[in-house]
Design a binder for this molecule. Structure first.
Ligand SMILES: [Cu+2]
Length: 181
């Protein structure tokens, strides 16, 4: 009887700890489950926004750009969250914590920041909607503090180390979204 009682207490204790940990974790996630980057550009005048939202074990990335040259543009997360005009070299190389070769989704392995290409239409606007795996908004391999870079040319998805995508025409630092209440 004593034995049964103590194992029940233990089970209740474990359940309480698990509940408390779960509560803490969901609070932390709610505070930082999304992030945004505002693209800035020197010349040509490209603008855009990129929104990152935690979705299961991946990150849902939605990008909208305007004022860009029609065609395909390489689009990546670069390792330094520093966007200094006009060439944005300050952003460093592709964000590649896994030391993988460059490729495009869904090819794996690839750089954590390999978002592929964004297609810009004749009116100068482009939209990208992808789920990036192997990264998170606030946990391991967080996108926060990295830089989103839009290139002038197409990422060929094979040239090393960065797909031969040409100049960096726009750049934006990824920042945790502030709560809207
Ligand atoms: Cu790039």
């Amino acid at each position: 009887m004593t034995r049964l009682h103590s194992s029940l207490s233990l089970a209740a204790g474990v359940a309480l700890v698990a509940l408390a940990a779960g509560g803490l974790q969901s609070t932390a996630n709610a505070a930082s489950s999304s992030a945004t980057a505002a693209l800035q550009s020197a010349d040509p005048k490209v603008s855009g926004t990129v929104v990152f939202t935690q979705e299961g074990s991946g990150v849902h990335v939605v990008a909208d750009v305007a004022g860009a040259k029609p065609g395909l543009h390489g689009f990546h997360l670069h390792e330094n969250g520093v966007c200094t005009a006009p060439d944005y070299k300050s952003a460093g190389g592709h964000w590649n914590p896994g030391h993988a070769p460059h490729a495009c989704m869904p090819v794996d392995p690839r750089h954590a920041g390999d978002l592929g290409n964004i297609t810009v239409g004749s009116e100068g606007t482009g939209h990208l909607d992808v789920v990036l795996t192997g990264v998170s908004v606030a946990g391991a391999n967080s996108v926060i503090g990295k830089a989103v870079v839009l290139h002038g040319g197409e990422d060929d998805c094979k040239s090393q180390p960065s797909g031969n995508a040409g100049d960096r025409v726009a750049c934006g630092v990824v920042k945790a979204s502030t709560m809207e209440h």
